[in-house]
Design a protein around this ligand. Sequence first.
Ligand code: SF4
Length: 679
Amino acid sequence: MRTTCPYCGVGCQLEPEVRAGRVVRVLAPDLPPNHGALCVKGRFGLDFPFSGKRLLYPMLRERKGAPLRRVSWEEALDFAAHRLHETLKAHGPEALAVFPSAKTTNEEVYLAQKLARVLLSTHNVDHCSRLCHSSSTAALSRALGGASMTNPLEDIWKTDLFLVVGSNTTETHPVIAAMIKKRVRQGARMIVVDPRYTGMAEAATLWLRVRPGTDLFLLNAMARVVVEEGLWDRAYVEERTEGFQAWAESLAPYTLERAEEVTGVPGERIREAARLYATTERAGAYWAMGVTQHTKGTATAQALVNLALATGKVGREGAGLNPLRGQNNVQGAGDMGALPDVLPGYAKVAEEEARRRFEAFWGVPLSPKPGLRMTEVFEAIPEVKAIYLIGEDPMTSEPFQDHTKAQLEALPFLIVQDILENETTPFADVVFPAASFLEKEGTFTNTDRRVQRVRRVLDPPGEARPDWWITRELGRRLAALSGRPWPLHEGPEAIWEEIRRALPGMMGGISYRRLEKEGVRWPCPSEDHPGEAVLFRERFNTPSGRARFFPVDYTPPAETPDEAYPLTLSTGRVLFHWHGGTLSRNSRLEAAYPELKVEVNPRDAARLGIADGERIFVVSRRGRIQARAWVTDRTPEGVVYAPFHFAEAPANRLTQDALDPISRIPEYKVSAVRLEKLD
Ligand code: SF4
């Protein structure tokens, strides 16, 4: 039975072969987006649903300090609904938060954010995009009026130049990386901006090894070359954009000399990159966390948007602005409104017309005040008194872990809904065991806006239930307590039908029947519409229809190396594992990559007397972890790279919680550390 990979945002189509309740083999059909290709995670990492760590029964604890005990679904749901309702009555909607999961289906995310807004009256709704692409969302939304890849993945075959910034695509989106590299072998060129010698850097025509956290300076310097040398697209800028002049003037400080000093990249190479990008008509920009996870993440994404607009790259085939989304359904989670400032379809909470539309649709009044973002919710504990947490593990994913632990300990009420035990489960007051992707129906939306089916291949184990069922049943009880409307959907397709009615211009033409054949990309307003491939061909989704330039200034990272902590720590992922490791480390992939290896440059290793393979401490102002040193010049001198998948040696014990002022994303990519030998 065909379904969609639960790991990354590529959304590969796959066919798990099940025998005796086990996945014994995974095949891939010749369908978009992957056309038969799978990476190691899709091929060999799908056995996590059979892990001994599966949550099988509902559990609750009466009071803090008491043990979790197994209870019936009735008891767990009643208990949770009463506690949420009491919190709402006593402390108001701002004391509650709901975090839907980008691992779950569109239908499940939609229902969870609806529960928050309709039954708990709160916009304190957010998801893991806060920690990955919230900076891209902020930059793209204000400049273009839409936050997604502007171009489809098929456009890779039409692209003549790739500008890849801060994306280790080979390990994080392997199937896309393979497509891009194949296109490069066919003759396209590729500029890669990255401090590390990644698989993409290896395949690049031009690799710009920036110092961590200086991409913004480099992009502004490229833009200055474009303006100074008259390489900008005058007709495009005049017809389709606004704010060019003020932006062009703001680039004055970004000379190549200064850029060389700040970024470490020779000025002439920056000039070469600027000329290449500006003069190649079909040039597509691709980026990921290296751009976004900084205190200036929004500004850096904006610098990339500005550069693309000045050179007329948006709304054209084979070009565009393409943030590579991480989670399987992180695009869908945003589309479904799992964000504190927007309703489904990115309708702004603060805009009266949008709000009125959903008030009429759902039959309840909605507050005009946007809610708190995920990182702000954790800061607001104990004023925030209850969290309904779905498929998230903040103990692993939030920065500055010791602080997160203290906040979770101070939280009066936590519901954890998940498929597997994780580092956050011990803090739960109620545990709802959820069904995995193999055990339910629904849809995911991949990184290029393609809505695809998820199909039930197995029954859930024990008493685990699909997330939509759990949210529906919790909602049923909250509705009885509050008297608010809560239609009981029979299943995922009925929820999807409500989504289609809520978002007619975006999802109206996408039915389950249509998805039987293959995925369909939004916007798709009618059943005979093929789904829009390239966005903004004619006009942007802004009030004037024009895209907007926003001048952005470089600021250094919040924490820079000093005598006590002389190295820069950067965090990220490896091919074999996935985010907090809850899925991949409970699969066969664990055997391939079982422990934390920290990349250390040979010069730093020699100076500190550290041998390849030696166990060391990595220490920051916030804590220390033990790791094995991997001495390699993949990572530049002065920089240490640590994957964040290992709960027993969590990289996020070291990272800092300094936030971007707009997106409120933490600066995961730059923290000051030192290395210590074990003895
Ligand atoms: Fe799954 Fe992504 Fe790998 Fe495709 S590239 S198999 S979606 S993890």
